[in-house]
Design a binder for this molecule. Structure first.
Ligand SMILES: [Mg+2]
Length: 245
């Protein structure tokens, strides 16, 4: 069995079954790749290194002789300085952050018809042609088939928010929607809710909405039209949005 210092005799180190000369460019590239991967995957390391911007790095206890150590203090500090100084903060944070995903409510998360079925005849008669003004209606809706499970699965991969519109002439709809979210999906959407008639003003990557109204068709990101031929149900949306395993 080789001892840890055997490499100092032949200057050969091993990586995934391949022999690499300690003094080669290949070895230097491997070290760079390893530190870069740690920088990208370990947030604490990234924050610590980036907090040294503008400073010169030293490694006070490092070995100087490349024939005696697999990483000299000079190599170590050079690699870290390179990674730090070539890191484009805005670009990399954008690529590393989760995409922002908005969910419409009516016809996407909530089943409008299910609440109508709960109304008495008198109410339906009074509000004919303007059912969305029935007080309390929006708190009585049942979740759409598969919606709850779909939201929870998507929330593992996306930065999720509600983006819904409440009827202007039905003030209770605004609070009813908050109550619905609190009741069914508070674990995902707690304080992550936008109610507006101007959905196009919200910054984000994807909006799942059944209609193009209230700014949806002008949304800056991708509009996934729920209920369309392409996305008839939650299964088809999950197939499209979840990463392939
Ligand atoms: Mg809708």
């Amino acid at each position: 069995m080789k001892t840890t210092t055997t490499w100092q005799t032949d200057q050969i180190v091993w990586w995934k079954g391949s022999a690499i000369n300690r003094q080669s460019k290949e070895f230097q590239d491997l070290i760079r790749r390893a530190y870069r991967a740690m920088f990208e995957q370990n947030e604490r390391f990234r924050i610590a290194l980036m907090s040294t911007r503008g400073m010169k790095l030293y490694h006070s206890r490092g070995e100087h002789n490349p024939y005696k150590t697999i990483l000299t203090e000079s190599e170590y500090c050079t690699v870290l300085t390179e990674i730090r100084d070539t890191y484009n903060i805005s670009k990399n944070e954008a690529s590393m952050r989760k995409k922002r995903l908005y969910f419409d409510m009516d016809g996407v998360l909530t089943d409008f018809e299910s609440a109508l079925a709960e109304q008495d005849e008198q109410t339906l008669k009074e509000y004919v042609g303007r059912y969305d003004e029935i007080p309390g209606l929006f708190g009585q809706m049942l979740p759409m088939d598969g919606a709850i499970d779909a939201v929870r699965r998507l929330s593992e991969h996306y930065d999720c928010y509600i983006l819904s519109t409440a009827p202007w002439k039905n003030p209770s709809a605004w609070s009813d929607k908050v109550m619905w979210v609190t009741r069914y999906l508070d674990d995902v959407f707690h304080k992550r809710m936008v109610i507006t008639h101007c959905k196009n003003l919200c910054k984000g990557d994807i909006l799942i909405d059944d209609r193009g109204k209230n700014g949806t068709s002008e949304f800056e990101g991708e509009w996934i039209q729920f209920g369309s031929e392409r996305f008839p149900n939650w299964e088809s949306v999950l197939d499209y949005l979840l990463p392939v395993k």
